[in-house]
Design a binder for this molecule. Sequence first.
Ligand SMILES: Cc1cc2nc3c(=O)[nH]c(=O)nc-3n(C[C@H](O)[C@H](O)[C@H](O)COP(=O)(O)OP(=O)(O)OC[C@H]3O[C@@H](n4cnc5c(N)ncnc54)[C@H](O)[C@@H]3O)c2cc1C
Length: 390
Amino acid sequence: MTSDVIIIGGGIVGAASAFFCTQAGLRVTLLEKREALGLLTTSASLAAFRAQFGEAENIAMMRESISFFENVRERTKLDDAEIGMVQQGYLFGTTNPAVLARMKQRVEFQHAHGLDDVELWDGDETRKHFPFLNSDVVGATYRAKDGWLSPNDLTNVYARAAVRDGAQVFYETFVEEILIQGDAVRGVRTNRGEFHAPQIILAAGPYAKNFAARYEWALPIQLIRRQHAAIKAHALIPSHAPMTIDADTGAHWRPEARGAILAMNTDEPPGEPSDYIKPDWEFPALALDAVIRITPFWEQVAESLRKDDLDVRAGQYDMTPDAKPIIDEHPNVRGFFAHCGYSGHGVMGSAAGARMLADLMTGKLKRADNAFGMARFEKMQPGALEKMVL
Ligand SMILES: Cc1cc2nc3c(=O)[nH]c(=O)nc-3n(C[C@H](O)[C@H](O)[C@H](O)COP(=O)(O)OP(=O)(O)OC[C@H]3O[C@@H](n4cnc5c(N)ncnc54)[C@H](O)[C@@H]3O)c2cc1C
């Protein structure tokens, strides 16, 4: 089987790559080792998206992706594309005046970079909009057009549009190795035999780092377990709420089907890639405790919950030192591209990241203009790679 590009991995990043490569006129083969797309990290996601970032390239990336999500039917030319998009906003709230001062600077930066719909509120204004925040909150930033979607629906929409335009998808197809001739990619060997193409995209999520290392490509990625707790429908959970983040602790929650999804970062050692990441059953209790701090109604919800009302999921963040993805070509193997390292932002970044990758592959984006290339790590201070920003 011969094509222009082979994609290793059918999570949301691989599926988005398939879509944008077909739009760029490439013949695509997508290989996924599981029986369906999006079953690993993608399905563990909170599936939220925001343009509220503090760096220009992230703001640009997420704005481009959000615009794609908002216009998904037009962009994919699939009249029935449904991605479960909900734009109820993202709210970062703080009880700390020093944090509020930094948030003000961030909003000024965002406005200066064209993201002029981020609002900065004091405590009273925050409670006027969202009365469930307590009186300790001294201020918040809010963007109404941030939100969340269904990551599996989006993955399948990308794939469906790619297949309509000629891409081929193979399930239960495990890529064992890359075939290299001289200094260039020739294809891959799988459990189903060889597939040939002059270009491959490594979109294997948590498996990308170890896979690349076999070809002397050291991707600076650490795998960190992250979890979320899902709470069944409950009368006290405001279903109109935004993604509500305690900016002082990182604990956050958002409504989902009249219930909610809660998350927070716990101290986790770096791990190895795995197809099953075991969640902790104490996690929902920890997350509930954490969200009570600025949204106290959770205390009452917690008191009335039974074990059956809770579910917990875990997956791995593929963290890079600056929490931005890696979109680049192997320095010594022509045609070997990496598309990974999304560091907890792979759903929201998928559309813009895949568009950039396709542009890089077709020469529309010059290597020197690629903000997500490996060169940026060379400019980092020694030690930064070891520390890793979590
Ligand atoms: C708890 C949690 C919450 C999150 N919340 C958010 C959020 O709110 N917003 C957001 O944008 N992101 C979020 N993320 C991050 C997001 O889920 C990931 O960035 C994204 O899913 C990564 O997609 P991926 O396609 O790179 O990886 P994956 O979804 O892991 O897909 C990789 C695929 O590659 C396949 N594969 C691996 N090796 C091979 C091989 N050798 N041959 C064939 N196939 C192979 C795997 O089977 C898998 O299907 C969250 C993550 C977690 C864990």
